[in-house]
Design a binder for this molecule. Structure first.
Ligand code: CP
Length: 333
């Protein structure tokens, strides 16, 4: 494995090996496996879990890390090709990425979607530009349409919860005060499809998953014995579901149009996960969410604090999933 950019780009066997390695490192720590190795972390956007768990993963394997947050203690970085740099950004990624990689053995980068043009974000133009400048192993810490570290931790969590390979997995849109990126729902969709699950995307009209993401997930599901469908019928989606993966995302019908998005979501306050969603048809359904989550907007306290919630175990698994990725990228095999 040269980079870790997209879980779905790895053959299924390689994902299963990573999961086995994550379990092994959880049970049998290797505190010197990455001694002398340095990980650079470049965060264009905020984080709690990804930042802390990457640093902790490196430290638990005996390595070290440094963190750069452009515009907050270090220079604001320009990413546009051919930009006239007479604004806030003092440095271009064309210099910053090669400089940073010269100080470390691998680089992790978080660079969210611009959220203006769906085609641009689907093409991962921003992250691809960064990847093209980096010759060291690169880890995607959330790009426009992907969050592979989250997806690997989610798969590990499903295994720990004994969720059968072909179980029903509902990826449900939930409310939020404003549009959020598609990276996590896209990664959860492809992860569940790659695992071989019966995947149902549940969302109101105007929040459809982009066709390219659905098509890719369907191909992955077909190869793994699963399926992918999309609906706005909550009752039908949740009937028999074993996992509800709740996530907020922006309107794809009005991508980049904050006012139109806000008008649409103003009438969708009932898209908050409550106990009543599960009562009759999905009594054993477990709840996942990548966090951070807005309590009593996206998910009610009664569910987050109840027995079906696995969100803390899911977040804890970020550490072990990323230890496996770093061990594979930087360890001697
Ligand atoms: N789930 C996740 O990536 O969390 P952070 O944004 O806090 O890193």
């Amino acid at each position: 494995m040269r980079n870790f950019l997209d879980l779905a780009a790895l053959p299924r066997e390689e994902v299963l090996e990573l999961l086995a390695l994550a379990r092994r490192l959880q049970e049998q720590p290797e505190p010197t496996a990455l001694a002398g190795r340095i990980l650079g972390l470049l965060f264009f956007n905020p984080s709690l879990r990804t930042l802390a768990s990457m640093q902790a993963a490196m430290a638990r394997l005996g390595g070290q890390s440094f963190v750069i947050t452009p515009g907050s203690g270090s220079w604001q970085l320009e990413t546009r090709v051919g930009a006239v740099m007479n604004g806030a950004a003092a440095e271009h990624i064309r210099e910053a990425i090669p400089v940073l990689e010269s100080y470390c053995d691998a680089l992790g980068v978080r660079a969210f979607a611009e959220g203006r043009d769906l085609a641009v974000d689907l093409a991962e133009q921003g992250f691809t530009a960064i990847a093209g400048l980096c010759r060291k192993p690169l880890v995607n810490l959330e790009s426009a349409m992907n969050h592979p570290c989250q997806a690997l931790a989610d798969w590990k969590t499903l295994d720990e919860l004994d969720v059968p390979r072909h179980a029903k997995f509902v990826l449900s849109w939930v409310n939020h005060p404003r549009a959020l990126p598609l990276a996590v729902p896209a990664a959860a969709l492809t992860m569940a499809a790659q695992r071989g699950m019966e995947v149902v995307v549940l969302r109101p009209a105007g929040f459809e998953m982009p066709a390219a993401l659905i098509e890719r997930a369907r191909a992955l599901a077909a190869a793994a014995g699963g399926s992918v469908t999309e609906t706005e019928d909550r009752g039908a989606a949740l009937a028999g579901a074993q996992v509800l993966y709740a996530k907020e995302w922006g309107s794809t019908a009005h991508y980049g149009d904050a006012e139109a998005d806000a008008r649409l979501r103003a009438a969708l306050g009932d898209w908050m996960v409550r106990k009543s969603w599960f009562e009759d048809t999905a009594p054993d359904c477990r709840l996942l969410h990548c966090l951070p989550v807005r309590r009593n907007v996206a998910i009610a306290d009664e569910v987050l604090d109840g027995p079906r919630s696995a969100v803390l175990a899911e977040a804890a698994n970020r550490l072990y999933a990323q230890m496996a990725v770093l061990h594979r990228l930087l360890g001697t095999r």
